[in-house]
Design a protein around this ligand. Structure first.
Ligand code: BG6
Length: 259
């Protein structure tokens, strides 16, 4: 039930949270980047790219005068969106401080990826077990995850800290595993609003929480600071691989350890 009309962010896909994840700061929830129109970047500065990946688009976001009023920093945010030969989706963000006043700036960031799943009660997330997390539902208090893979039976809104570069989402019913590979993004937010919050959101169907899960490659706990001229990079790669977890044909650990 996403609303495709500005100024609200479209719910779904991969909203980009910048320059602020969440609402702890002066800006709107998850920052303004996800609510802006980006331009095609026709002449991006070169960066090393895998030559087999020919299908890509370069986008750019620069602050408007209005943006500068709420976040008084000049930046260039370049986003390369690449579709790999096997259907993998790569997102590379490059954020540069272009302040002329010599001032550094600090930001937090997330690729707020919505994954489609067949039934949230049958989904497992692997790669986050035993890690520390901040629980958004308990005043961001810090806990340590216990037990095996993460499963879902109620609302969840957690920021896992210092996570591995690979995380897997196993969709038992669909026999499909999403693999997230990330770089420069130490944290991972896991969010499902469950029934009550789903009902409260105008752009979210009452039962849609059963068929989605957000796992968000992020840099939240330790904000990133850039001096003028400095650039930060954050990369996420998504692939979907067939899995038959129950029959044991594909061991999720091997998915995580694989290439
Ligand atoms: C998650 C946050 O990343 O995004 C949640 O951890 C939040 O707290 C959710 O509710 C959705 O945010 P929004 O602004 O897109 O409704």
């Amino acid at each position: 039930m996403a609303i495709f009309k500005p100024p609200k962010a479209i719910r779904g896909g991969i909203p980009i949270c910048f320059p602020q994840f969440s609402n702890h700061g002066p800006l709107e929830q998850h920052g303004f980047a996800r609510n802006r129109f980006w331009s095609i970047d026709s002449d991006p500065p070169p960066f090393p790219t895998n030559s087999s990946n020919k299908a890509f688009i370069d986008l750019i976001l620069k602050p408007s005068e209005e943006d500068m009023k709420i976040w008084p920093h000049s930046f260039e945010f370049r986003l390369r969106v690449t579709l790999g030969p096997g259907g993998d989706l790569m997102l590379t963000s490059r954020i540069r401080n272009t302040n002329l006043d010599g001032k550094p700036f600090t930001f937090t960031f997330a690729y707020h990826t919505y994954f489609s799943v067949s039934d949230i009660s049958e989904v497992r997330v692997e790669g986050l077990e035993t890690l520390d997390y901040l629980d958004n539902l308990q005043n961001k208090e810090r806990f340590t995850e216990q037990g095996d893979a993460i499963t879902f039976e109620s609302e969840v809104d957690k920021i896992y800290l210092s996570t591995p570069t690979k995380i897997a989402i196993l969709d038992h019913e669909k026999k499909r595993t999403f693999v997230i590979r990330k770089d420069g993004l130490p944290d991972a937010v896991v969010w499902n609003p469950w029934d009550k919050k789903a009902k409260a959101m105008a752009d979210f169907g009452d039962d849609e929480y059963k068929h989605m899960l957000c796992v968000e490659a992020a840099a939240v706990e330790k904000p990133i600071t850039l001096k003028p001229g400095e650039e930060w990079r954050g990369r996420q790669e998504l692939s979907a691989v067939p899995s038959s977890y129950c029959s044991g044909q594909l061991d999720p650990q091997r998915v995580l350890q694989g290439s």
